[in-house]
Design a protein around this ligand. Structure first.
Ligand code: ADP
Length: 275
């Protein structure tokens, strides 16, 4: 098509087990420079890493379930709690944190390795947002941030419901985590010129511009202490990025330190469906 912006990956014409990345660079009028790179080893390493993370997180689930089960039993029985109650509570908090990390790692592995299903379902995003906002108010607890939703209930899109739920809830819960007590959070869902748009705006701590390009990386945190204290796993935005990629959308971040942030995404108009 004459569009050389993106490289393409193809099996080598002489040996199908080799993957080549082909990039074409136009130069000096009508000339073209073709660069072919052997991606086979890089792809194999990526797959090994993905499998390793998926296996480790899967293996950790059973021991964690046993530990949290016994901790609950100990905390429920006054004669067992005894003088160790604070330590048992601390163990329970950390076990829950490990559980969340393991669940997020497993979700991320699935998002990375599974091919998106072709047959997507109609998703009632308005209803989904209502339920996320209720949970966000619970998470907000004593901080009492004002959380509002401004949604078009008749606007539905085609997609994978559980994935979109993970992405949208991560963005809303982050707004709660990084907005001080009494701040404002607004979740909106409306049609725009470019297609249906989901956005979360907060009056929180904001993110400095130099962090933004790296913020969707795994375990990348601007303030690790705050993230851990508020129950973050450091994987939320990586999950958001992957889910949006699988829905041909992308995360946009507009933020000013000390003022607040807007995390938004636009879905292609062809994703719109009747509710
Ligand atoms: P975490 O579990 O640490 O929140 P995320 O991947 O969700 O991990 O986010 C990565 C980092 O991006 C966070 O640690 C935080 O520093 C920053 N961040 C995410 N959302 C916001 C927000 N709404 N306001 C300010 N900073 C944010």
């Amino acid at each position: 098509s004459g569009n050389y912006e993106q490289a393409v990956e193809i099996p080598s014409p002489v040996d199908e087990s080799i993957t080549l990345q082909i990039r074409i660079i136009p130069y000096a009028g009508n000339r073209r420079l073709l660069i072919a790179r052997d991606m086979t080893r890089i792809q194999k390493m990526q797959r090994t890493r993905q499998d390793f993370v998926a296996n480790v997180s899967h293996e950790l689930r059973t021991p964690l379930t046993v530990i949290s089960g016994y901790l609950e039993t100990l905390l429920d029985a006054p004669e067992c709690r005894g003088e160790f109650e604070p330590q048992l509570h601390s163990m329970q908090t950390q076990t829950r944190r490990m559980n969340r990390i393991v669940e997020d790692l497993m979700l991320l592995s699935r998002l990375e390795s599974e091919k998106p299903r072709v047959d997507a379902d109609p998703v009632q995003v308005g209803r989904m947002i209502e339920s996320i906002v209720l949970q966000a108010r619970e998470l907000s607890g004593l901080e009492h941030q004002i959380i509002e939703a401004d949604v078009d209930g008749d606007l539905c899109i085609e997609g994978r419901e559980s994935e979109l739920y993970s992405a949208f809830s991560n963005l809303v819960f982050n707004a709660v985590r990084y907005t001080p007590a009494g701040g404002r959070i607004k979740v909106s869902w409306h049609d725009s010129e470019n297609g249906p748009r989901f956005a979360v705006t907060d009056s929180g701590v904001g993110v400095e511009a130099h962090h933004i390009p790296r913020i969707t990386g795994r375990f990348y945190r601007v303030d690790a202490g705050r993230s851990r204290a508020r129950g973050g796993t450091g994987l939320g935005l990586a999950i958001v990025k992957h889910v949006l990629l699988r829905h041909q959308s992308a995360l946009e971040i507009d933020s000013e330190p000390g003022v607040g942030s807007t995390f938004s995404c636009v879905f292609a108009p062809e994703h719109r469906v009747a509710c």
